[in-house]
Ligand binder design. Structure first.
Ligand code: SAM
Ligand code: SF4
Length: 324
């Protein structure tokens, strides 16, 4: 079992497969970064797999592949199959913008993928284009339909932003409810890579919007999930991911690996340790030692709470690097 320096069990590994992306979301990567990690610095799937085995053998039971846009990485189904063959009961998921999903959903499913989280911030073509910098809505909706058709589990992520998509909270939730898909509203997390003028909605403001038309009942956090669940009108469950809340970090069970091999203990902070040298040399003990140190150093909590944000610098971490 993997235990961090604050006694929390860590059983969830998120791997960012690339920082590159075909979207330019305002809250994540509005402009192409000044410099990309050179392609030759990316860990190969074989190198990543060395660490995956260390993590699984240590006690990781859930792996999420993210990015950047993970579907941009060639032979993704091959990597999924490697992980699935090593541990068939691993809870293996992808977070994607779904634009390229239509063509690969079946292949990913056949390789062993179980679930997808898909970002859908708007159902209006122009609003979606304003948020992601491209006209993509039709492709995204096609990708969602295909994932459901081939039998992949789907959850939707929506980041409500004031004056941009806040009026669509109920519309996107209804879209999900009609398809029996869970939606999770994610509070916008301030970071220095996002568009300056963005204003996120606090969890309580999101709930107020929902309550204008519906009744809701708090259900609580689901295990170590960051999502606080609510029951809508007594029948539909939705979630709220609220990192600005004080108790958010208490049950944190995750670590993050970047595409070039930096192991990151917390989404907010800059700190990281590299496993690149170890996995390139096939040094399992070396990789396990880095993992042990990162767990020991994992911070107690992020600094997104309102009191913390007041008058201080915002996070320097890029979401396209950590995978969110
Ligand atoms: N490209 C994929 C996607 O968009 O789903 C995966 C990577 S993306 C970084 C992972 C998640 O992070 C998405 O659900 C996205 O909405 C979320 N995200 C990115 N920047 C964020 C921010 N500043 N605040 C809150 N969520 C953010
Ligand atoms: Fe790309 Fe996802 Fe970031 Fe949007 S949120 S720019 S789709 S990595």
């Amino acid at each position: 079992m993997l235990i961090d320096g604050h006694g929390r069990t860590v059983d969830y590994l998120r791997i960012s497969l690339t920082e590159r992306c075909n979207f330019r979301c305002q809250y994540c990567m509005p402009e192409k970064p000044f410099s990309w990690v050179p392609k030759e610095n990316l860990l190969t799937f074989e190198e990543l797999f060395v660490f995956v085995k260390v993590a699984i053998d240590g006690g990781v039971t859930k792996i999420r592949l993210t990015g950047g846009e993970p579907l941009l990485r060639e032979n993704l189904d091959g990597f999924i199959k490697m992980i699935h063959d090593y541990k068939p009961d691993i809870d293996l998921a992808i977070t994607t913008n779904a634009f390229m999903l239509d063509k690969v959903a079946q292949r990913l499913k056949d390789a062993g993928l179980k679930r997808l989280n898909i970002s859908l911030d708007s159902l209006q073509k122009d609003v979606k284009a304003k948020i992601v910098g491209r006209d993509v809505l039709d492709g995204v909706l096609k990708g969602i339909d295909k994932a459901l058709e081939v039998g992949l589990g789907v959850k939707i992520n929506m980041v409500p932003l004031k004056g941009i998509n806040d009026v669509e909270i109920l519309d996107v939730m209804n879209y999900c409810r009609e398809r029996n898909i869970k939606i999770r509203f994610i509070e916008y997390m301030e970071n220095e890579h996002a568009t300056d003028s963005l204003q996120g909605m606090h969890g309580r403001e999101i709930l107020t919007k929902v309550k204008e038309k519906h009744t809701i009942k708090a259900l609580g956090r689901e295990g170590a999930s960051p999502s606080f669940n609510y029951l809508l009108d007594g029948e539909y469950e939705f979630g709220l991911i609220d990192p600005h809340k004080h108790d958010f970090c208490e049950s944190c069970n995750r670590i993050r690996l970047t595409a070039e091999g930096n192991l990151i203990p917390c989404l907010y902070f800059d700190e990281a340790m590299s496993i690149a040298e170890s996995v390139k040399a096939g040094d399992i003990e070396g990789a396990a030692a880095v993992l042990g140190q990162v767990l020991k150093d994992k911070p107690k909590e992020n600094r997104w709470t309102e009191e913390e944000l007041e008058g201080r610098e915002i996070s320097k971490r890029a979401f396209y690097e950590t995978g969110g």
